[in-house]
Ligand binder design. Sequence first.
Ligand SMILES: NC(=O)c1ccc[n+]([C@@H]2O[C@H](COP(=O)([O-])OP(=O)(O)OC[C@H]3O[C@@H](n4cnc5c(N)ncnc54)[C@H](O)[C@@H]3O)[C@@H](O)[C@H]2O)c1
Length: 321
Amino acid sequence: MAKCLVTGGAGFIGSHLISRLLSDNHHVVALDHAPWNNSNNLFNLNSSAFKYVQGSVSNSSLFRSLITDADQIYLLAATLGVRRVIENPIGTANTQVDQIRDICATASSNQKIFYASTSEVYGKTNVSPLTEGLPLVLGEPGKARWAYACSKLLSEYLLLSLYRDKNIPLVVGRFFNVVGPRQNQAYGAVIPNLLSQAIKGIPLTVFGDGTQTRSFCHVEDAVDAMLSLMNNDSCNGQVYNIGNAEEISIRNLADKIRLLVDPLLETKMIPYEDVMPTGFEEILHRVPSLGKIKQYTGWSSKYKLDETLLDCLRALKGNSV
Ligand SMILES: NC(=O)c1ccc[n+]([C@@H]2O[C@H](COP(=O)([O-])OP(=O)(O)OC[C@H]3O[C@@H](n4cnc5c(N)ncnc54)[C@H](O)[C@@H]3O)[C@@H](O)[C@H]2O)c1
């Protein structure tokens, strides 16, 4: 039994992670700045092994005291969604920088840390699939969307230096489009958006020409991947992609969803400039190579896209949570 601290624990991935940690008999403290009544994701509140702390990772004295008490630390707090990042680049970056500053100052070698990074750090890299060792090409600093990727990448850099210099056990996971029940729809994530349009019986909206491709990882697979990295010391001090290799264009994704919910629904293509704020840049392809995590841990994703879509659909319709 370990004492686990999860930052961003009221969020989508955090809530699934906490559920798993509690069922594995760990004690969990969640730190999240979301107010209590927005923390619907936290369903195991009655467990005496679980504590919710409402506060920001930027509250250094609070965060440091929680770090000190933990055996395992999962750093998930972040501002998500291209639109929200463009509206608040400084807050976006500070959430990462503040977390890592206090981790660097406080963590010790008898703790273990997981850092949630992102496929966004691959930036404009024009390679597919993406492997962890690729040189990275980010967008220009004048474009605010890159505040998210830059601050995640800086955090990766600082954490790997912490591992090398102070031998703090830690691992970095770069998530690629994690989806599943309880995902926040407000950030513009494509699957929850298309599914909820389909459920409402309104046209599905695809931005751009729909030829951009992505792949989608079920949140249960993502949690399995995190735990397999945390439970395997040979993974320490390394970066791993976490995702699903099943690539699909957004146009074809919309068609799949249409066929799943109502084949008579329309799909509308909307130019980016009509919907995205200034500073938006589309990335055409973003698909992970998953060889490294498989080699180190044996993990590979279990969910096919069709099963993931069905699970998300059931959850959105309220049949399963
Ligand atoms: N969901 C994905 O597809 C995806 C992809 C790449 C990376 N990630 C990373 O995984 C992590 C979890 O993402 P998620 O999808 O669960 O997002 P989420 O928005 O559901 O969860 C993030 C949580 O962080 C909290 N938070 C934000 N700023 C905070 C602060 N200053 N102090 C305390 N809490 C704060 C939010 O309130 C939210 O509950 C994030 O670090 C994200 O960057 C997710």
